[in-house]
Design a binder for this molecule. Sequence first.
Ligand code: NAP
Ligand code: G4F
Length: 338
Amino acid sequence: MKTAFITGITGQDGAYLAKLLLSKGYEVHGGVRRISHPETTRLDLLGITRDIHLHEFDLGEPNNIFRTIRDLKPDEFYNLAAQSFVGSSWDLPAYTADVDGMAVVRILDTLRTVSPETRFYQASTSEMFGLVQEVPQRETTRLYPRSPYGVAKVYGHYITMNYRESFGMHASSGILFNHESPLRGKEFVTRKITLGLAAIARGGNAAVELGNMDSKRDWGFAGDYVDGMWRMLQQDEPDDYVLATGVTTTIRDFFTYAAEALDMNLDWVGEGEQETAIDRKSGRLVMKVNPKFYRPAEVELLIGDATKARNALGWEAQTSVRDLAAMMAKADFDAQAA
Ligand code: NAP
Ligand code: G4F
């Protein structure tokens, strides 16, 4: 039986990855940081909390990382934990640098010292492409991060590459484009949209307030993407791979797809800060722009080229953005039934 350790096991990807690894017969361990109210909601929703081993773990604490790895020496180590919300990274820049950047070298250096055979996965991100230098973005595209989060992730990405090249470690980075699900955090735009629309469909009257409606994202389903992470660690040689759908969509179009799944038909009125959306059937205002959600610097366009992953890993995204929006909207509508 293989053992795996997942940092960020309580997060969206951690929960789906834990479920996937259990289905493959792994003994699954995961790190949970100390908070006042232990949070295993996602693991509970997937029905796997009792099947995994949870360890107190914090990316900020070098000796905690050291002891965890020394005692467990897992076959595979997936570093998914992060301060993952781009918007907060301008308010928490130094914290984000530490948790999303420096912590990666804490883990790699511990692995190198006490468990060099462990295979390592780093959660890199399309946010590193930022002000994109090439369309679509691939593994070789020059990085140009646009947020403290993106900058911290660039460090994590390059230090993973550096430990691979310096010490021959099996260390790979997945450069993942946005991936969502009904387990997505409520502050991210897709989930904010589906939660808000579900509440309106249930009779609520608060319009969803959003920022930049024109930015474009390459959105896939998180359940598909964790399979790609696992495939990377099964390769004989470590490497870096883009995982993406190859389709890009505006926030406005994602909103429209989610609304259609809840039987709404929208009229879009106005532009910029005056933009609104109105449901034709009910005449209700369902979206208005609130500039407080604009970012100090924006990533306007992301669209990935996952050819390398398709050829080397046999991986392809399985879920269209329209199906993803419908899946999330319906899940939130059902969950609000009570
Ligand atoms: P998420 O839902 O926000 O989960 C983040 C996880 O990290 C949570 O389990 C959180 O614990 C944990 N964590 C945060 N700070 C920590 C600390 N100091 N010590 C230990 N654990 C800590 O994120 P996700 O969407 O699953 O993303 C997983 C990883 O992929 C992240 O590294 C993210 O940056 C990266 N990524 C995500 C996407 C995407 O579209 N989802 C795309 C590219 C890359 P709590 O439960 O206690 O908060
Ligand atoms: O959903 P978002 O917050 O995701 P973002 O910034 O793309 O980051 C996510 O994907 C990255 C991969 O590229 C991950 F690395 C990262 O951890 C995270 O998972 O915002 C998406 C877009 C942005 O352009 C934002 O300005 O939506 C725009 N947006 C417009 N109104 C909004 C809102 N975003 C949020 N969160 N809330 C709004 O009201």
